[in-house]
Design a binder for this molecule. Sequence first.
Ligand code: HEC
Ligand code: HEC
Length: 384
Amino acid sequence: MPFRILLLFAGFFVIASVTACGPDDDDNGGEPVPCANCPVTDPDPLIEGPSVPTAFAVDVPDYLPRPVLDADNPLTVEGIELGRRLFYDKIMGRDSAFSCSECHKQELAFTDGRALAEGIDGRVGRRSAMSLVNLVFNGNGFNWDGSSGKLWEQAIHPVENMLEMDEEWENVLTRLRKHEDYRRRFRAAFGIDRPSELNREMVAKAIAQFESTIISADSHFDRVVYQNTEFFTEEEQLGADSLFFVEDVPLGALHPGCGHCHNAPAFGDDRFKNNGLDDVANLDDFPDKGFGDVSGSRFDNGKFRTPTLRNIALTAPYMHDGRFATLEEVIDHYAAGGHGVENEDPNITGFPITDRQKAALVAFLESLTDETLINNPNFSDPFQ
Ligand code: HEC
Ligand code: HEC
């Protein structure tokens, strides 16, 4: 049948053209044969596609503080989407085998559920992975010790850290430069013309743009206090008024007063304090010097950034080293009132607390969980 013969011929030509194409092919007098399926031979071609990004205004409800925006890294629709992909992509880790999201999971408010972070090959780090919500309000340095001044600078370190992603930036950049889709996305976000222009700073800035959009503002607490659409239970109200924010307590009485450092609406003041965790004989003895290593001042040893308590019920275990498994243990720690180390914060006083009050304080802390955040498709894994 003529039709079958035609097909046979077509098959022959497909095979012939596939075998005829390849980087080592010399049949054409040493010139490479052009072929759609062959790997790109030009190491630095022009990238096609749009190159002017679209400005993006981060959506912050008026009851939250104003964002601390980075003039060096304006938010754009294309940059944010690119950053989201990079955040979830294992291409960022050694052998393309580890992503940021392994330690920062959306369902756990971008923490990992571990006391100490676990990186590539199960290597255990020295601190607990932090939540990544509401970073755009922090102008006080990132990480537990404030060691990264800008959000995009922070993103550089996990890639190189041998206990985290253990990869050389040059390898990450080579993979991204070769990647058709990423090339185009870097052009769209940063206007580059050729893959060789794609650099580490752009990668980190795109990730920081994505992180800047992760806003938690729709917890039960927000709905009760700011949106006026829900009510506190009696227990939550007790936890709020007489324990957390200390409004009903007589002057001079010892009280939890968590709001001194974790006040609404941020629930963390991002300042560096010693909240009484370590019983050290002197200021040089802290197992982790925290902010002291950054500021160089001995008096800052053992101080860590006061983090937000938003979504705290999702982010156990607690503290920079994950030493407390539950919120009850955290409250017991504060009730015991520290160890009298000389740089402990004066608001670490210790206080009496009944089981009923403790349950009320936990109920209040649980009201800070934001289901909208953990289900927001804009923050989810784009590859799933
Ligand atoms: C192995 C687990 C792990 C991986 C992988 C990881 N992180 Fe983290 N992340 C941590 C830990 C631990 C901290 C706290 C670091 C410190 O204080 O020294 C942290 C802190 C942060 C902070 C600071 C948050 C704040 O409030 O200051 C940001 C932002 C962040 N990570 C983003 C990233 C990005 C972006 C990546 C990927 C490039 C990444 N992380 C990969 C564990 C991890
Ligand atoms: C003097 C300021 C201060 C007061 C008062 C205070 N905290 Fe903290 N809080 C901190 C600091 C600083 C940290 C980080 C300490 C660290 O990890 O080394 C912290 C960490 C936490 C954490 C762990 C956060 C995480 O992401 O792991 C919880 C939970 C917490 N505080 C709850 C409370 C509660 C509940 C109260 C009231 C009983 C309270 N805090 C009172 C300063 C304070």
